[in-house]
Design a protein around this ligand. Structure first.
Ligand SMILES: Cc1ncc(COP(=O)(O)O)c(C=O)c1O
Length: 349
């Protein structure tokens, strides 16, 4: 039995008041559900769903891109983009801890014949210009053709500064590479950096934004970029089985999130900072916090007991080892956070 299934068994008997495993666990609020049920819909594969079209245009405009495309997931958005930028035998240069490289089942290689070249991250989880430059291959028949640089922001909760990410992107584009930004938590980055969305989006040709993380929708991402690339990506979405029909129901949740849930992200960051400050005075190992994520590293032998203890307080925490991740999101209010902090205090004191 692994740690997760042990914890799941323990949790079955308790009521969850606070699920901190991820910001993907949020449930749509009543107003979002209402917006979904009232959505005007059409067949999106024919381009006839007005709500999808509105969502795509809205996000493209916010990010100062020509076009957008609604997809079921962040993974599909990234893959549609990689396949639009690269053909077989071409190469993506990507951070070695970035989602596209470690958490998307190597779809770019499996399905598109695209090679992935991972580069080490800096201390702050960024990719540096100095590590991008030597990764770009000369035109040599021994090598794949370097075509695309994939960056991420936020990364493990860390908002990479505009200057750092711009430098990395320029190292790629100056050498003729295109740049894709995996912005699964794009608006957490924008909130933390205090910049306008287009300032971060401008560093890349294509940007993928997830609606189903901190923005709280049940599903969906939007890929934005130049018209010709999004047209290619649309064909790729069809190849991947992601052409949806009356998808306006889901897109309405996205429009609701753009209007209501971006402006509340700072609350999640504040609660994460509060949780981290409470943990720092307990004997629970190194604590790190950035944007809506908190990481801490209790003794390995304490992990199972800690998960079980927290379940007694109705709190679910990440099952990773040795570093446990906790993610704040819209469904964790002050009362839930207080229950969580009480649980930690009673375990570690
Ligand atoms: C950084 C990052 N990119 C992409 C994704 C993929 O999103 P999805 O789960 O919608 O496929 C995730 C999911 O957690 C993510 O954290």
């Amino acid at each position: 039995m692994n740690l997760y299934s042990q914890v799941e068994t323990d949790l079955e008997t308790s009521k969850t008041v606070c699920d901190l495993r991820s910001d993907t666990v949020t449930r749509p609020c009543d107003d979002m559900r209402r917006a979904m049920s009232e959505a005007v819909v059409g067949d999106d594969v024919y381009g006839e769903d007005p709500t999808v079209n509105h969502l795509e245009a809205s996000l493209a405009e916010m990010l100062d891109k020509e076009a957008g495309m609604f997809v079921p997931s962040g993974t599909q958005s990234n893959l549609c983009s990689v396949m639009a930028h690269c053909g077989r035998g071409e190469e993506v240069i990507v951070g070695d801890q970035y989602h596209i490289f470690i958490d998307e089942a190597a779809g770019a290689s499996v399905l598109a014949g695209v090679a992935m070249f991972p580069i080490n991250l800096e201390e702050d989880h960024s990719v540096s210009a100095a590590s991008v430059r030597p990764a770009i291959k000369d035109d040599d028949p021994h090598c794949p053709i370097s075509k695309l640089l994939c960056l991420e922001n936020t990364v493990h909760g860390k908002a990479i500064s505009l200057e750092t990410i711009k430098n990395a992107a320029s190292a790629g584009s100056d050498a003729g590479l295109s740049v894709h930004l995996d912005g699964a938590r794009f608006f957490n980055a924008v909130t933390a950096l205090g910049c306008a969305p287009h300032e971060l989006a401008n560093i890349a040709d294509t940007v993928s934004v997830c609606l189903s993380k901190g923005l709280g929708t049940p599903m969906g991402s939007v890929l934005t970029g130049p018209k010709d690339l999004i047209a290619k990506a649309r064909r790729n979405r069809k190849i991947l089985g992601g052409g949806m029909r009356q998808a306006g129901f889901a897109a309405a949740a996205g429009l609701f999130a753009l209007d209501n849930n971006i402006k509340r992200l700072q609350e999640d960051h504040d609660r994460a900072a509060h949780l981290a400050s409470e943990l720092k005075v307990l004997n629970c190992g190194k604590v790190q916090q950035d944007t809506n994520m908190v990481f801490f590293t209790p003794e390995i032998e304490d992990h199972v007991a800690l998960h079980t203890h927290m379940a007694g307080y109705g709190v679910k925490i990440g099952g990773q080892q040795p570093k446990i991740r906790m993610v704040l999101h819209k469904d964790v209010d002050d009362a839930a956070l207080t229950a969580c902090i009480s649980g930690f205090k009673s375990f570690f004191s």
